[in-house]
Design a protein. Structure first.
Length: 295
């Protein structure tokens, strides 16, 4: 009898797991790829908006946040509240129940506050990285998020102990060989990100030197900091990583053409003037080229 009952009970290791067909798995992977495509388009458009409008990265982040809040509250939430699902009331997402949980659970409030602050910091700093180094570097550097998530997971697991926040352990423990493999992978990924950043800076310096010599506008965006660094180096000489870091921290990294850079180097804003009804500052293209446009 005991053996028969044991055979009838589901395996605890697979309890709660749901089997999905091959077509459902393929559709899920397609959605993941589609999300990356949409995310790439978003990065390109964000860089273009910051270039053409001259918005500060915080302004772009705030605008996206307001738009996302309106779309979520007025469009997404009403839709998911009518779709059948497994949430309270038999719907896909019960917003009223979520608000009740927030109202009655101080731990959840604490987590949400930190989540919002972290999300704001992630988007704002991502915009600043895009302004300084471009959308490609932002997309590459986002892979480092997994490293910090893993480190925080382990800090939570060993820092809070087996009780966690009072609902059981949270985070991830050290997994021996598997964790060492993760460490090696993160090292390669981090080195790759910094090598790409350095290569991007070298490319800008070389383009700025060629532009100064030939007088032909560079086909790639060049930051003012890299133009300044190019003037300090002999033609064809690659900058050192330390020189690149120093230039990044000492100069304005908005992308621009050689003429605008010379104007900034002169130290005189009189020749540039201020925005007025007769003239205005506009950023042309996706590279934030500062020019005066007479109206």
């Amino acid at each position: 009898y005991s053996a028969d009952m044991a055979a009838r009970q589901p395996d605890k290791s697979t309890a709660g797991m749901q089997e999905y067909s091959a077509s459902q798995q393929a559709f899920g992977m397609f959605l993941c790829v589609l999300a990356r495509v949409v995310n790439s388009i978003q990065f390109v458009l964000e860089e273009k908006v910051m270039g053409e409008s001259g918005f500060h990265p915080f302004e772009v982040t705030g605008t996206e946040g307001v738009y996302g809040l309106i779309m979520t509250a007025c469009v997404i939430m009403p839709i998911v509240a009518t779709i059948p699902g497994s949430d309270v009331g038999g719907v896909f997402e019960n917003t009223k129940d979520s608000l009740l949980m927030i109202q009655n659970n101080s731990t959840l409030d604490f987590i949400l506050v930190f989540y919002l602050l972290g999300l704001w910091g992630l988007n704002a700093l991502g915009m600043m990285v895009m302004k300084h180094l471009g959308s490609v570097f932002r997309a590459v550097s986002r892979n480092m998020q997994a490293l910090f998530v893993w480190l925080i997971d382990m800090a939570l697991f060993y820092g809070l102990g087996h009780r966690g926040f009072g609902y059981g352990p949270v985070g991830e423990p050290w997994q021996g060989t598997a964790s060492w493999i993760q460490v090696v992978g993160f090292i390669f990924m981090t080195v790759g990100v910094f090598v790409y950043a350095y290569g991007n800076a070298v490319q800008q310096v070389m383009a700025a030197q060629a532009e100064e010599q030939k007088g032909i506008p560079s086909p790639i965006p060049v930051a003012y900091s890299m133009r300044e660094l190019a003037l300090e180096l002999d033609a064809g000489v690659m900058p050192s990583p330390l020189a690149v870091i120093t230039a990044e921290f000492n100069q304005d990294n908005a992308f621009g053409d050689a003429e605008a850079s010379r104007t900034l180097r002169s130290g005189s804003m009189a020749s540039v003037g201020f925005a007025s009804p007769g003239n205005r500052i506009k950023r042309v293209g996706s590279n934030a080229d500062v020019v005066m446009i007479g109206l």
